[in-house]
Write a protein that binds this ligand. Structure first.
Ligand code: SAH
Length: 464
């Protein structure tokens, strides 16, 4: 992030605009929504600017800007639609200590003006670092449609009620009250007119004061394979409401972004075979936070019921009488099989599929190799990279065909997803050559669907 968003107080501040044509008009329409004192310098100002000057909404000086003019200005806009004049005036403004923006010239601008959705006092600023103004406008249009006009009124009335809301204890109780206001009681009340809102707030506060505080709770949430769009709606809601999020190494930053900003984020990432947060410590953290009344989200990659040591954590929470529930997630086998266009089961080929782990707490994991070695068997092997030679050896020893297809999907569902197609025979060598550093799922008995190579690839980006 190069351009860091802030909301600048403009009350009584001076903002100077050089230029009097369309570019200046566009900026001025926006600036006049602020509380700033606006000065315009333009040799040939548009009639609208003269009109605004007469109405006292800005002050116009009908000549080119000169040295000393932008004195004490906070912001300066070069909107001359003339490169040389922009450069000249921007130089003067810089020497006066103003922050400079030159319209349509990112390189010479110190700040950029975002696309704005205005529900005063709720203001949403959208920026793309100047890269895609069209995209910013599309997002703005989308939000304009989605946010009711009454939002601003509700926020303004809500502001006058902040002190009264302090009757509720700080934290969750107060947050629940405001959530109830903005998304439930407020919109209902405003349908009967603005005057109905304040009494509704009083009634709502009384109602919330009578509530007993919600007890601490742990949600074991499956975070899916990495793509935030593969989170369930329930997972999103849990993240949105969490006081504390305790997450694993494979949870992607894009998913962590979705947690409530005030939430306490605790990383308990474990590296296979490597340094790890002891399980007992994770259990203690869950209990400690939930016992103090927090809504805890225990965020695990994929589905938390698959190779996630979930039971140990549930036992710990249970032992302290703390409430919990599981939110299922998309396990990496599901994401990986989708990536290669195959089914996990198929009529006539395999009526069952096994989920195996390459290693467990004691080292390489042992399995029913004899059954797995039979033709047509399909297995999804988690944590299978380091144990690939061991698995290959055991299967061949039990009579598996060396040409059995084996496919590894690294970083399934993420932008850096890679597919490695090989055979049981060539597995260790192919894996070594591929230098996979991300999490990978190994399919025994599945190759990518041949037709996939011909099908158009589906980009993984949000705005393709
Ligand atoms: N509960 C998780 C599995 C945890 S074990 C789930 O349901 O997916 C960790 C293993 O999961 C990794 O070693 C890897 O084999 C697999 N894995 C997790 N995320 C993955 C991803 N995005 N792509 C491929 N494999 C992944």
């Amino acid at each position: 992030m190069d351009h860091f968003p802030i909301f600048l107080s403009t009350r009584g501040q001076r903002i100077v605009v050089s230029g009097g044509g369309d570019a200046a008009l566009a900026k001025l329409r926006l600036l006049m929504k602020s509380e700033a004192k606006i000065s315009v310098y333009a040799a040939d100002p548009a009639p609208e600017i003269e009109q605004w000057h007469h109405e006292g909404r800005l002050s116009l000086v009908a000549r080119p800007m000169d040295y000393g003019d932008p004195i004490c200005a906070r912001l300066f806009y070069g909107a001359n639609e003339d490169e040389a004049e922009d450069a000249r005036t921007a130089g003067i403004a810089l020497s006066c200590g103003a922050l400079v923006n030159v319209v349509d010239n990112l390189a010479d601008s110190q700040f950029i003006t975002p696309a704005i959705v205005d529900r005063d006092p709720v203001t949403i600023a959208i920026g793309t670092e100047g890269a895609a103004p069209v995209l910013a406008r599309a997002i703005k249009a989308d939000l304009e449609e989605r946010l009711p006009q009454s939002l601003g009124v509700l926020a303004r009335i809500g502001k006058t009620f902040r002190k009264a809301s302090y009757a509720l204890p700080f934290g969750r109780a107060r947050r629940d009250f405001w959530r109830d206001y903005y998304f439930n009681a407020g919109p209902k009340a405003i349908a009967d007119g603005e005057t109905a809102v304040r009494p509704a707030l009083d009634a709502l506060l009384g109602d919330h004061l009578n509530r007993t505080q919600r007890a601490g709770h742990v949600a074991f949430v499956g975070g899916g394979p990495g793509d935030p769009e593969l989170l369930t709606l329930k997972a999103r809601r849990a993240l949105d409401e969490a006081d504390v999020v305790i997450y694993d190494r494979l949870i992607t930053p894009e998913i962590l972004e979705l947690a409530r900003r005030e939430a306490v984020m605790i990383d308990v990432g474990k590296e296979g075979f490597g340094p790890s947060t002891p399980q007992e410590h994770i259990n203690d953290l869950l209990v400690e936070h939930a016992a103090s009344g927090a809504q805890v989200v225990r965020l695990k990659s994929g589905d938390s019921t698959v190779f996630g040591r979930l039971d140990e954590e549930i036992d710990a929470v249970d032992a302290h009488g703390i409430g919990w529930h599981i939110v299922p997630g998309i396990t990496s086998a599901s994401a990986a099989v989708a990536a290669i266009g195959q089914s996990l089961t198929r009529r006539g080929r395999n009526a069952s599929v096994r989920f195996l782990t390459g290693h467990d707490t004691k080292g390489f994991a042992d399995h029913d190799w004899k059954t797995l070695a039979r033709p047509g068997e399909v297995a999804a092997i988690y944590m299978g990279k380091k144990s690939s030679r061991f698995i290959q050896g055991r299967l061949i020893m039990h009579g598996a065909d060396r040409q059995t297809p084996v496919t590894l999907i690294e970083n399934a569902s993420r932008p850096d997803q890679r597919v490695l197609e090989t055979t049981l025979d060539a597995l260790p060598a192919a894996l070594e050559a591929a230098e996979m550093t991300g999490p990978a799922l190994t399919f025994l008995g599945l190759a990518p669907r041949a037709a996939l190579a011909l099908a158009p690839t589906i980009p993984n980006q949000e705005f393709a």
